[in-house]
Design a binder for this molecule. Structure first.
Ligand code: NAG
Ligand code: NAG
Ligand code: NAG
Length: 287
């Protein structure tokens, strides 16, 4: 454990002390946001009978400051549906990603380019997201490609999942432990031990154990993990998915939560302050 800490410290101090312009630019690169979970994160707003109505509300319109890492691991201007080439066995519609990004930029245009990395797949349970599984490996591959493709820093994971674990008691009982392990594994594999996570707490669901899942989500015992609550958001007539209007609202809620979580590395502060913040992060991590 301590050798790991020293390794992190050493690499960090070398970053600070050999401050050259290109590294500064790399630090100021994209604010990368990972979108993961199941169908509501992927986006089904406006989907009826397996057809998307094509309606894109103003809050979800494309913006040159919002990019998307497509299935070929290439950055392009983001537009709805964000998961169209990722969650390919279903019809995708509007999710929270564009509304989130436009809201974040509205509040603080100084944040620069936002790079969205869609990874959500409909119908998936938490066991399928375990370390070493296909979904997990894809998420890592995409996150690493995002980092290497033009620089930037992963600022947060937005996570909306749990419906598929409401069906039986055993899954619901194990949900908290599995979710904590998932967050911890991802942070560790992305070398970002306090990477901010904003979850969406399920409002309702098909199985009988929704309350148990909600409780698990709200009680996650890890630093820098927050949730916003989907309760009250409107569902499509299928009673399964959030409507486009609800996704716009959810994006805004996620954007409200975003500034209140700690950035993994302060992007534009001076080196001593960076160092100070970095230590506070470490302390929080090991508290
Ligand atoms: C969707 O499908 C159902 C049954 O297949 C049908 O009754 C309904 O009219 C369809 N709705 C639309 C908007 O196409
Ligand atoms: C999760 O989903 C997979 C694939 O649908 C299924 O095989 C597995 O039984 C599920 N696991 C749990 C714990 O529900
Ligand atoms: C989508 O989110 C709503 C609100 O939390 C929830 O009731 C529903 O079960 C979710 N659907 C799926 C498939 O996850």
């Amino acid at each position: 454990m301590f050798s790991l800490v020293w390794l992190i410290l050493l690499s960090y101090s070398s970053l600070v002390s050999t401050k050259i312009p290109s590294q500064d630019n790399a630090l100021r690169g994209k604010s990368i946001i990972i979108l993961a979970g199941q169908s509501n994160m992927s986006g089904r707003g406006g989907v009826l009978n397996s057809t998307w109505d094509g309606f894109v509300p103003p809050q979800c319109r494309p913006n040159p400051m919002i990019l998307r890492l497509n299935a070929e691991l290439t950055w392009e201007e983001a537009r709805e549906p964000l998961h169209r080439d990722i969650d390919v066995t279903k019809t995708c519609g509007v999710g929270p990603g564009m509304s989130f990004s436009n809201s974040v930029l509205e509040r603080d245009s100084g944040i620069g380019v936002i790079g969205l990395v869609p990874c959500a797949i409909g119908g998936t349970n938490i066991s399928e997201w375990r370390r070493g599984g296909i979904l997990y490996n894809n998420l890592l591959t995409r996150a690493q490609a995002a980092l290497h493709g033009g620089g930037g820093i992963i600022r947060a994971i937005l996570w909306y999942q749990g419906e598929s674990d409401t069906e039986n008691h055993e899954d619901a009982r194990l949900y908290k432990r599995r979710l904590e392990k998932f967050f911890t594994d991802v942070r560790s594999d992305l070398l970002s031990p306090v990477l901010p996570v904003i979850q969406v707490a399920l409002a309702s669901g098909s199985g009988p154990y929704v309350e148990k899942i909600r409780k698990a989500q709200m009680e996650i015992d890890l630093p820098n993990v927050k949730y916003v609550d989907a309760k009250g958001l409107q569902l499509e007539p299928d009673r399964l998915h959030l409507t486009t209007a609800a996704q716009v609202e959810l994006g805004r809620m996620l954007a409200d939560a975003f500034p209140h979580i700690m950035a993994p590395l302060p992007v534009q502060s001076s080196a001593p302050k960076r160092f100070h913040n970095f230590f506070s992060e470490l302390l929080r991590l090991f508290k």
